[in-house]
Design a protein around this ligand. Sequence first.
Ligand SMILES: Cc1cc2nc3c(=O)[nH]c(=O)nc-3n(C[C@H](O)[C@H](O)[C@H](O)COP(=O)(O)O)c2cc1C
Ligand SMILES: [Mn+2]
Length: 502
Amino acid sequence: MAPAADLRAWLNLLEREGELVRVAAEVDPELEITEITDRTVKAGGPALLFENVKGSERPLLINQFGTERRMCLAFDAPSLDAVAERIGDVLEMQPPEGLVAKVRGLQKLKSIADSRPRTVRRGACQELVLTGDDATLDALPIQKCWPEDAAPFITLPAVVTHDPRTGTRNVGMYRMQKLGPRATAMHWQIHKDGRADYLATDGKIEVAVALGTDPVTTYTASAPLPKHIDELMLAGFLRGEPVELVRAKTVAIDVPANAEIVLEGYIDKNEVTDEGPFGDHTGYYTPPEPFPVFHLTAITMRRDAIYPSIVVGKPPAEDAWLGKASERIFLPAIRMTVPEIVDYDLPVAGAFHNCCIVSIRKAYPGHAQKVMHAIWGLGMLSLTKAIVVVDEWVDVHDYDEVVFRMGANVDPKRDVLVTEGPLDHLDHAPTLQFYGGKIGIDATHKSPAEGAREWPREIEMTRETKELADRRWDEYGIDLDATARNGRIRQSSRPLRRLLRR
Ligand SMILES: Cc1cc2nc3c(=O)[nH]c(=O)nc-3n(C[C@H](O)[C@H](O)[C@H](O)COP(=O)(O)O)c2cc1C
Ligand SMILES: [Mn+2]
């Protein structure tokens, strides 16, 4: 088995796994689909294929990534950590010793070599080629997600550009507000690679937008890779086979051949428009702000193309698991530069950039502060507003335990670092946009070298007594569920808990 080759194969898989519901009833892409999807996502429900969307011939797919199980199915992996391990294996390659290690090393090298996208002559994404007045966004069931949204927004695009200086390809997920039948805004935030390609351009930059690729390729458009790394390489590596590309019809850009729909066009450096308001993944409306304008030159698509969408809003929303996938997949790369990091967690409720809990193998005074500064210097993690550092034995995914350590181990005067730096484009809390305060909380055990008194010992029952109680439990006649019996507090079954459980 390998990850689904295209959206069709993915839908078949979801259907076989009981993970897809086809909705035949007519639904409105204005607000109604959001309400249905939001309820379904928050209940951990299935992917939805709306076959009859008011005002459009095209079906709309949503909630394909809404649960951990579906995210794992997308990667054809037993867990997201297993996906990360495959990357860790390659990153931590050592010169092989012995024949078996050499053969294995060669296989790993081959898997990297095979990740590079491959160009092909024909692609299903070009079964229909619409140019001029025939190319109209009115044909697509674009959602207006929230009541105060300025217009309908394309929410799950893979936007392809090339750096005009180096030619390097970039693929990113940036929402596109519909401005008319042949124009959208392009929400390139200031920290993003797509924005950098645009800023480096004189005059016009060509843009292609793939909608409805295989799930791994769609995911990689959201992955926070360094600028010089092509997202489609990562997609090829994670798929175990190269992404196939065809040359677009009206721009000099290669596009994923398996896409359902491709929008081709250009952006003029000097043309901006007010984008928004948009009900954002912060849980608030992002107010209008100038962004570039994308002009459509062609739409190509499959004859019976399916339009993919996603709704963001108050967390947890469907993007939770796209974010969790990045959290897991990037851990090996983070460990390459900060090896003392054991694990980290970006709480869904913290919209990913608001909070980072990190566990470390603490080795010297000030080590927690060192790791805070490292995170504030690492790629998109640099935008993190609050960092909590705990010791290696603390489960960063268990928020009760993290709060316990924050309460038990922190002297706010000694252990809280307040500093400042770049913040997320969408963060409305800081006084200035893009720049403001950051907080680091050191919840590790402290030593006298850090100004603490002698640290007390944690309570632990003896092994013998635990084994005794295990052996005798039935004799006591106390009926507890298995997790509580192991001494762990039973977790509540609220949907958010379920979403966060791994
Ligand atoms: C559903 C979804 C919507 C997103 N919308 C935007 C957006 O409108 N603008 C933006 O800059 N980033 C957006 N992002 C985040 C980017 O896709 C992400 O930062 C990605 O790494 C950008 O690619 P780049 O690093 O090549 O610029 C979105 C992510 C998801 C999952
Ligand atoms: Mn990029």
